[in-house]
Design a protein around this ligand. Structure first.
Ligand code: OAD
Length: 236
């Protein structure tokens, strides 16, 4: 491992958690192949059928309750021994944190938390809520509105996008793992890394048409790809 501590920024998507049993979205059998994203992950969907939306996220929360971090999450947490690591994740699971990563920016929210359906980003309404307890219709947030999962739905503002963009701009090494890079604005982060910094992308797919310029593609699942990645980083 190189002696100098580098600023390593890792941008992850659902693929990093796939081997922990968490569903991806757009793969065969992915969530958005089975369910209608606009009905279950949008403000309009929640207004039209809140029970269906809560059921969907209660199921996701149950799935996460039983899940465990995999080797990829642990390897990224371990990288903090050698480098300053910032994880920017589109994932709403807490597997990076459970593996020990200390700096995790959640762009799309967190399943471990709930908030108000009127004031989603009001800090006084955002609370941890046990994953194994369902959120029901009638559960109220502190402002009296219906409780909802602390998730960014389609069309909603990404509170941590500027912080994430700044982290990517300042990266000495930039890594992307397990994302199809089709959901914006998050996917646009790949364009903010400085041209000269080493960039790696770990994903088992061909990334046809989606491989950003300047990235070395490690075509492997996250748990195998991270070992190749750690070797690559160690010789920089
Ligand atoms: P996608 O389902 O769009 O993409 C998953 C990516 O993970 C694909 O590129 C797969 O090839 C890859 N993959 C699958 N198995 C893998 C493995 N074992 N190891 C590594 N990679 C693997 O999921 P995301 O890109 O995360 O947003 O989706 C982005 C956003 O779309 C999500 O955050 C979610 C969704 O709508 C919200 O819910 C707001």
């Amino acid at each position: 491992m190189a002696n100098i501590r580098q600023n390593v920024v890792v941008f992850t998507g659902s693929g990093v958690s796939a081997e922990s049993g968490i569903s991806t979205f757009r793969d065969k059998n992915g969530l958005w192949e089975k369910y209608d994203a606009m009905k279950l992950a949008s403000v309009d969907g929640f207004r039209d059928d809140p029970e269906a939306v809560l059921d969907f996220y209660n199921e996701r929360r149950w799935q996460l309750f039983d899940a465990k971090p995999n080797h990829a999450h642990y390897a990224l947490a371990d990288l903090e021994k050698h480098h300053d690591v910032t994880i920017i994740t589109q994932n709403v699971d807490d597997l990076h944190e459970r593996a020990g990563s200390s700096k995790v920016i959640h762009l799309h929210g967190e399943l471990t938390k709930v908030t108000s359906s009127l004031n989603r980003e009001d800090d006084s309404c955002i609370k941890y809520y046990p994953l194994n307890l369902p959120i029901y219709i009638g559960h109220k947030a502190d402002d009296g509105s219906q409780l909802r999962p602390y998730i960014v739905w389609f069309g909603e503002y990404l509170r941590y996008m500027d912080e994430a963009r700044l982290a990517v701009e300042n990266a000495d090494i930039f890594i992307v793992i397990g994302t199809s890079l089709v959901v914006y604005p998050a996917a646009g982060l790949v364009g903010y890394a400085q041209p000269e910094v080493p960039k790696f992308l770990v994903d088992p797919s061909d990334m046809e048409g989606h491989l950003p310029i300047g990235f070395k593609h490690i075509k492997a699942k996250a748990t195998e790809g991270v070992d190749i990645l750690m070797n690559e980083i160690s010789i920089l």
